[in-house]
Design a protein. Structure first.
Length: 157
């Protein structure tokens, strides 16, 4: 069996494990800020992205907002637009942020969390994606300053 077939086989096993399954469901409450009300739900699509060499791709982000100044390593993703499925949204976001054409292998699950300070409820749809190719990113000027691709190899110390 050649290396390409081995990688395909590995991803087929991942697909088979999740076939027909919506994945995990986790819910987190905001314990830092008191709950007063929620004025909107935000649908978000996020992905853990891997390539054939078992490199995982994340976004290193620096930001300053009402939550403070932070440097984060995050999964790629963003808001689901009106009339868009979460799977279509993650494909679009990965193209914009990473410049990656990705095959969605499976849905990992849904994470529900609350940001009481901004009165928002987030519904994060998580996917596992395999990189087929890389191209140009489509970042806004602010994102170009804040977002940096972070590659982590599974076998690196």
């Amino acid at each position: 069996m050649n290396e390409d077939n081995m990688n395909e086989d590995k991803f087929e096993k991942l697909r088979a494990k999740q076939s027909g399954n919506e994945g995990l469901y986790l819910e987190f409450e905001d314990k830092e800020w008191p709950f007063t009300y929620t004025d909107h739900d935000r649908q978000i699509a996020r992905a853990i992205v891997v390539d054939d060499e078992e490199n995982y791709y994340f976004v290193r982000m620096e930001r300053a907002d009402e939550f403070g100044t932070v440097t984060l390593i995050e999964t790629s993703g963003g808001g689901v637009e009106e009339g868009e499925s979460s799977e279509a949204a993650i494909r679009r976001e990965l193209k914009e942020e990473l410049g990656a054409e990705v095959e969605i292998l499976c849905k990992l699950g849904l994470v529900s969390d609350y940001y009481n300070l901004v009165h928002r409820h987030n519904l994060n749809h998580y996917f596992l994606g395999w990189v087929k190719s890389f191209g140009e990113t489509k970042l806004t000027r602010d994102e170009e300053e804040e977002f940096h691709l972070k590659k982590i190899n599974r076998n690196s110390p």
